[in-house]
Design a protein around this ligand. Structure first.
Ligand code: ADP
Ligand code: MG
Length: 292
């Protein structure tokens, strides 16, 4: 008898813009008590734009030209914002050779014979570079306002701070409020810096933040919550989120996200709107209540 109700529930899900992998997914949806939300592209739009350039010991155009050239070789939303802004402002970007992408950290490449690093502060510090006071101050201001800073270094010095900003989806706060009403604990998970993550969390009503998590470690965050007895949903959009989505008791992919995330998830929120997670939980509870 139960399979019919589950099939009906799955069909109703499709009408709500929820692509449910199979009827059994509704069972795990019903049991979830914790929902981990990726920040960039899930809670936020994931469309970054360059909003400021602060330099130390170089010109703005030079920093943009070099950073833009290296970031041009990366697909990361931050990289695209920088490359596009650089091309608009300084024109054609020089070619990059020996490019290397360090996931969750930054990029390296050789431009006009000079090795350029562009990435997060902690990564550059680990390479024995120091932040000039002017750039460190700019970082504090930007991160406190929820923005992300990419530092650009060459010839042994950090020479510029590129500030990129994202926009919180207008539906995220409402979705979080509803998820809490349904008894779920939301957790914000990101590779981005702690201050920016806290800022975004505060805007949408999330208390628990796990920030500066490297892409390869996101899955461990899910495992730890599960080891603590939680039944965990994870919502994400990126290639970086795929392993965590697969590990979660319920993986929710944004329909606007990458194919890797969608393939790893149990359920896709077609519109990329987190309110779909609320609909999914309500639907699962209703569907399974009629069975009992
Ligand atoms: P998220 O969890 O927000 O998707 P990632 O794990 O992809 O973030 O990246 C974490 C951080 O690593 C970024 O906030 C940024 O500081 C740095 N980073 C990643 N890729 C790049 C890049 N191409 N250029 C500069 N910085 C980068
Ligand atoms: Mg993301």
């Amino acid at each position: 008898a139960t399979p019919t109700a589950l099939m009906v529930g799955t069909g109703r899900g499709a009408q709500l813009g929820l692509l449910i992998r199979g009827p059994e997914v509704l069972e795990s949806t019903r049991r979830v008590d914790t929902i981990v939300l990726d920040k960039t592209g899930t809670v936020t739009e994931g469309r970054m734009r360059l909003v400021d350039v602060i330099t130390a010991d170089t010109e703005r155009a030079e920093a943009l030209r070099r950073a833009g050239a290296v970031e041009h070789a990366s697909e990361h939303p931050i990289a695209r914002a920088i490359a596009e802004a650089a091309a608009t402002e300084v024109g054609e970007l020089p070619p990059v050779v020996s490019f290397s992408n360090q996931a969750g950290r930054g990029v390296i490449g050789v431009v006009d014979g000079t090795t350029i690093h562009a990435g997060r502060a902690s990564w550059l510090m680990g390479l024995d570079l120091t932040l000039p006071a002017k750039l460190a101050a700019a970082q504090q201001d930007a991160e406190g306002a929820g923005q992300t800073v990419v530092f650009v270094a060459w010839d042994g010095r950090v020479r510029a701070a590129l500030v990129v900003a994202d926009t919180i989806k207008p539906t995220s706060a409402e979705a979080v409020a509803q998820l809490k009403k349904l008894g779920l604990t939301p957790v914000l998970l990101t590779g981005d810096n702690e201050a920016a993550a806290r800022h975004v969390a505060a805007q949408v009503g999330i208390d628990r933040v796990i920030a500066e998590v490297h892409p390869e470690d996101k899955v461990d965050v899910i495992k730890q919550l599960q080891a603590g007895g939680k039944v965990v949903a994870m919502a994400g959009d990126g290639v970086n989120d795929a392993a965590a989505l697969a590990q979660a008791d319920l993986g929710l992919a944004m329909g606007t996200g990458t194919d890797a995330a969608i393939a790893a998830a149990d359920l896709t929120l077609v519109k990329g709107d987190l309110r779909g997670a609320v609909d999914a939980i309500r639907l699962a509870r209703k569907t399974l209540a009629t069975i009992k």
